[in-house]
Design a protein around this ligand. Structure first.
Ligand code: DUC
Ligand code: ZN
Ligand code: ZN
Ligand code: ZN
Length: 470
């Protein structure tokens, strides 16, 4: 007797689309075929797609901010929102505060997450202080413990690493088999441009985009892939926004480098003009790198189609808009420089790519699954336990209704922000039922799971780390 049987659906993986029933026992997929059964619970998936639950490998939850600023989502609201958007695993970032051990940050982060998640979670580490002790002892032990990826920043005064620190951190990844993710923007160039804009009294949200131009991202991307080449490690370039940064990735690959590219919904759907709204509304769209122009959107779509990007993540980094702790904090109203960087999007990530990508014929269903689940699992050491529909994989499944049409309204979403950057966007196709570890947690749009269902997942090493050759 199975625990759950999903019947009559169309199953899709990163390589195949086929009609099949999926049988689940003890939280794991145990059979895929026809005439399976009996089962304690049956879902009729006629006319539906049965896809691996989304894995969002770039999410910020409960991340400490500058004084007075509070991230909108904690683990409970952020993972609830993720779940309704068809995700079953999210990977938020555990931030090392300068001068503090990573273990301390992890203890605090686990205390926030454990028992409070609607989806499974695993953490990347943000390395802001790569001291000898951190690189020599702490990180190697943490990689052994299943924290197998680090994010490093080339921007933000309090987070940025200099080139020597980047090299040392990449070398730690080389020795330990961890994977380094890099935020590529040149901080000194940004500082220079911010100084010029502020001197001219140009302080409205739109200046956030003009002080972080494409050249700033292109240069840093080139430097990141070059430093990774010097050390001889693979590298993930996160949140790529434009063609010139994509070209740096492709050039590095032609030299035989292993470079993984990630893009996000904001670079497909928004432009810098969105930062130009009336009455500081542009603050709603302030994120880094900033959205560009329609040519850059087109370039990012090409990257999605052609494989420049292996990963499509939300970079959900939620702040409330109309809130003194959010976008409209007192200093944020004085200058764009103090508007917290980041936008919500964990719930709308998958519907946007499904609607704009699959339904409009830009990508097929297999590519959708690869970009939203399978590649995330492979890149970050979760495969084949997660990221696919296969015998032995966790029964983390999203059932999609391609006929469902919706207009994005923040009022219908489940995060704790107070707006969606995609308000009013018409969507075709939505994940209506979600299964986590064999349990139905969203049933036809109704929450049936609870915030203790999500588990922390210790990860293996990336199947991409260890060798730089494709
Ligand atoms: N980088 C991110 O990855 N997310 C939000 C802000 C940022 O700079
Ligand atoms: Zn970043
Ligand atoms: Zn991010
Ligand atoms: Zn508040």
């Amino acid at each position: 007797m199975f625990d759950l049987l999903i019947r009559n659906g169309t199953v899709a993986t990163a390589s195949d689309v086929f009609p099949a029933d999926v049988a689940v026992k003890d939280g794991v997929i145990v059979q895929i075929g026809r005439d399976l059964g009996p089962a304690a619970e049956t879902i009729d998936a006629s006319g539906r797609y049965v896809l691996p639950g989304g894995i969002d490998s770039h999410v910020h939850l409960s991340q400490p901010q500058a004084p007075g600023i509070v991230m909108a989502d904690d683990f409970e609201s952020g993972t609830r929102s993720a779940l309704f958007g068809g995700n079953t695993t999210v990977l938020p970032f555990c931030l090392q505060e300068k001068g503090r051990p990573l273990r301390e940050a992890l203890t605090a982060y686990h205390a926030l997450a454990d028992g409070n998640c609607y989806t499974d979670v695993s953490f990347h580490l943000i390395v802001s202080d790569p001291s000898e002790a951190v690189l020599g002892q702490e990180l190697p032990a943490l990689v052994e413990d299943g924290y197998t990826s680090f994010k490093i920043f080339m921007t933000y005064e309090d987070l940025r690493l200099n080139d020597a620190e980047i090299l040392a951190t990449m070398d730690c990844a080389r020795r330990t088999g961890a994977l380094v993710m890099v935020h590529c923007e040149n901080e000194d160039a940004i500082r220079y441009l911010i100084g010029r804009h502020e001197a001219d009294g140009d302080v409205a949200p739109k200046a956030h985009a003009t002080t972080r131009p494409i050249a700033v991202e292109r240069e840093a991307t080139h430097r990141a892939v070059s430093l990774a080449e010097v050390v001889d490690v693979p590298v993930v370039i996160v949140h790529v926004s434009n063609r010139e940064a994509m070209e740096e990735i492709e050039r590095a690959r032609r030299r035989g480098r292993k470079v993984i590219g990630e893009t996000c919904p904001q670079y497909l759907m928004l432009t810098a003009d969105d930062l130009d709204g009336m009455d500081w509304e542009g603050a709603k769209f302030v994120c880094s790198p900033p959205p560009r122009d329609s040519a850059s959107q087109e370039a990012c779509w090409e990257g999605i189609e052609r494989g420049v990007f292996d990963l499509y993540s939300s970079d959900h980094c939620p702040f409330r808009y109309d809130d003194p702790h959010g976008k409209l904090n007192p200093k944020g109203r004085e200058s764009f420089r103090h508007i917290p960087n980041g936008i919500p999007g964990v719930e709308t990530r998958l519907p946007i790519l499904f609607s704009e990508g699959v339904m409009k014929g830009r990508i097929d269903l297999c590519r959708f699954v690869a970009l939203t689940a399978t590649n995330h699992a492979k890149t970050y050491g979760l495969y084949p336990k997660k990221g696919t529909i296969a015998i032995g994989a966790d029964a983390d499944i999203a059932i999609w209704n391609p006929q469902a049409t919706r207009t994005i309204r923040h009022a219908d979403l489940h995060d704790a922000s107070d707006y969606s950057p995609y308000e009013g966007l018409e969507i075709a196709g939505w994940p209506t039922t979600v299964v986590l570890g064999g349990a139905v947690v969203v049933d036809n749009g109704v929450l049936t799971g609870h915030a203790r269902a999500g588990r922390y997942v210790s990860r293996g090493r990336s199947s991409l780390a260890g060798s730089t050759r494709p």
